[in-house]
Design a protein around this ligand. Structure first.
Ligand code: ME8
Length: 652
């Protein structure tokens, strides 16, 4: 029976742009979705952004824009990043979505009706970075160990969730389901935290202090605490997807959360107790990975050592990074990224490994046969190779399902180096010189290509685009969607014969180590510039949303330019006479001279003008409208409409 699995990533705070840490969890969900599909299951994947809370207000204040403007901007950057690097998410949720807000309020009502919410005065130490109160035992030298800042003392009356009430039930669940939190060390960490009495959770913020949040349904002077709001995304997004479906019954029971260790407590303690109180079955699995460091240091915007997915993609290819990240990080442990290490691994595993094996064999096939030769009887040497491949395939499912996918990647690497040895031993280049050894040559080269094909099948969740290209090149076009089993796809001997083989493209060109420092210096400069821009007002905020009635006030019309002159006395202005279907053309002054130094080129063009803009008296005459234009950085072009509209036609 097909399993239905629902992968989630944390919904990321919009106070930072996407970096390699966010990329890792998101690409992990993408890879697992692809693996589970390949293995014949049905997988669904949701990611998104977490937009309420004090942190966001502070960041927006710094830029002098509203929290919503701030969120629209950065949430869009996350989405763009994922879209541009082929992350196959099914839904993207924002906690400012109406569907989410309504759901949070429903659950708050439900939890309150269950008698699990009370009002009380509280004093605590709040870390804005973590967006939660820290206990004294969590502090190191009076500071939050993650953010290196002293939490602020907060004393106020608030609503509390009776989290402590569910402590025993939670402990029991963890003990009865030993794999519920993986790897084990994180399960142990949670159990050891649960040895002390579990305090109740403050779930509100008075609007006098923080307005940016979801209003409590039972007290409009308060908003919901950001974690109580954010965790519910995992359910609200299923209850109502962006295209209006309810997938809860279909996917919730297969829910597999993916997070890093920084948010273990909120996911392993707050979240399940909230679900218990709301009467929702618990999620199925919590998988916790370690932290990426850059060299020896934590990632930090101010250090400019943040690696941005899109710049990396442009410089080195995102799939090569995925390969590195998934192989390098042992699930649950911290790991370190450096460019040198990345290039070393890439060159040895992909350029010299898979890439070279493919190029060597395909090159000889192209030269000697022009197509993949037919199968011949295998000798002991190929049988041995086939056995090794079989072993890798046998361990593959188990490794992925226990999140030891790094092992499978290593296994594939091992298989490639075994095959390299086999090729070196067989010396097909010598066989190629002897007409009588054509059969042997066919057998060896076919086996070499076969291992490349198997490797590409097995690595397809890791490097989906690259592997699909390799498979297509080798004539393997069967779908990777589970309709053909992994075992069939990766069976030694399944490679088709007669597939034309031309000189292979360079799937993994070597990265020149000498050029590395200049590329990384440029990327670092970009990261620093982006960090600086984020600190200043250089981010252009997306304007506040308007409703249709606001837009309806603006009357846009098609106008045909009938005359156009530079205004000699003005540096920026040109004067246009525009026919908008009225008795006589309108005079419009537009500040676009630097982009249209010869304004007469506009004559005969259809432009769009704001027809009901109040006429403005200028030094050179009345301006009776405004011409729309598209602009960005140093570019500007007048906006037009396609086809043959008539002057005066409305634009809406
Ligand atoms: O915590 N190494 O959002 P966040 C590995 N909004 N993974 C990393 C990482 C690193 N150095 N840095 C970040 C929040 N991550 C909340 C979550 S969920 C209901 C609310 C990844 O933007 C990793 O997945 O701080 C980590 O758990 C997450 O980003 C934290 O993202």
């Amino acid at each position: 029976m097909t399993r239905k699995i629902y992968f989630t990533t944390p919904i990321y705070y919009v106070n930072a742009e996407p970096h390699i840490g966010h990329l890792y969890t998101t690409a992990l969900a993408d890879m697992l979705k692809r693996y589970y599909q390949l293995a014949g299951n049905n997988a669904y994947f949701q990611t998104g952004t977490d937009e309420h809370g004090e942190k966001i207000v502070q960041a927006a204040d710094k830029l002098g824009i509203t929290p919503k403007q701030f969120c629209d901007n950065i949430s869009g950057k996350f989405r763009d990043a994922w879209d541009n690097i082929n992350i196959n998410y099914d839904d993207f949720i924002r906690t400012t979505d109406a569907r989410h807000k309504t759901y949070v309020q429903d659950i708050l009502t439900r939890v309150q009706e269950a008698g699990d919410i009370y009002f009380d005065e509280y004093t605590g130490k709040y870390c804005v970075g973590c967006e939660r109160y820290l206990t004294d035992t969590e502090l190191v030298d009076g500071k939050c160990p993650d953010h290196q800042t002293a939490p602020k003392e907060v004393k106020e009356a608030n609503y509390f969730f009776k989290m402590g009430k569910y402590q025993q039930q939670l402990i029991q669940h963890i003990e009865e389901n030993p794999d519920w939190i993986r790897p084990e060390r994180f399960k142990n960490e949670v159990l050891s935290f649960l040895k002390s009495p579990l305090e109740d959770l403050c779930i509100s913020r008075p609007k006098t202090r923080l307005e940016w949040g979801i209003e409590l349904p039972f007290d409009n002077k308060y908003v919901t605490y950001v974690w109580f709001d954010a965790l519910l995304n995992y359910v609200s997004g299923l209850k109502e997807t962006s295209n209006g479906k309810n997938l809860f019954d279909e996917y919730w029971q297969g829910c597999n959360h993916l997070i890093a260790k920084d948010i273990l407590k909120t996911h392993a303690i707050y979240w399940p107790t909230m679900l218990m109180s709301a009467g929702i079955p618990l999620f199925n699995q919590l998988d916790v990975h370690g932290y990426w460091m850059i060299g020896e240091s934590k990632m930090s915007k101010s250090l400019g050592n943040v690696i941005r997915p899109l710049s990396f993609d442009a410089a080195f290819g995102i799939e090569n990074l995925r390969y590195f990240l998934f192989k390098e990080m042992k699930f649950g442990a911290d790991s370190s990224f450096t460019y040198d290490l990345f290039v070393e691994r890439y060159n040895s595993d992909l350029a010299n490994g898979l890439g070279n094996l493919l190029a060597r064999n395909a090159g000889l096939v192209a030269k000697n046969f022009g197509a993949i030769p037919a199968a011949t009887d295998l000798t002991e040497a190929e049988k041995e190779l086939a056995d090794k491949a079989q072993k890798v395939v046998d361990a593959y499912r188990q490794n992925f399902e226990s999140r030891q996918f790094a092992k499978s990647i290593e296994d594939v690497c091992g298989l490639i180096s075994e095959t390299d040895k086999y090729i070196t031993l067989m010396e097909p280049w010598k066989m190629a010189k002897d007409e009588n050894r054509k059969n042997e040559l066919a057998r060896v080269l076919r086996s070499g290509l076969e291992i490349c094909r198997i490797a590409a099948v097995l690595l397809s969740p890791v490097m989906p685009k690259k592997c699909t290209e390799i498979l297509a090149y080798l004539g393997e076009t069967r779908p990777l969607d589970g309709s053909v089993s992994i075992e069939e796809l990766a069976a030694f001997g399944a490679i088709a014969e007669g597939i034309e083989i031309s000189k292979p493209p360079r799937f993994f060109p070597r990265i020149d180590e000498a050029a590395l420092s200049s590329i990384t210096a440029q990327m670092q400069a970009e990261a620093e510039a982006a960090a600086k821009a984020a600190q200043s007002r250089e981010i252009e905020p997306i304007k506040e949303q308007i409703i249709i009635d606001d837009f309806a006030k603006v009357q846009l019309k098609v106008g045909k330019v009938v005359e156009a002159y530079p205004v000699e006395e003005a540096k920026k202005l040109i004067r246009l006479m525009v026919d908008v279907g009225e008795e006589k053309p309108r005079q419009v002054f537009a500040g676009i001279k630097s982009h249209y130094p010869q304004p007469e080129q506009l004559i005969g063009q259809n432009v769009i003008i704001v027809a009901n803009l109040k006429p403005r008296k200028m030094k050179f005459g009345m301006s009776e409208g405004m011409v729309l234009a598209a602009s960005g950085d140093d570019r500007l072009v007048a906006a037009t409409v396609l086809g043959n509209p008539h002057p005066g036609d409305g634009v809406s």
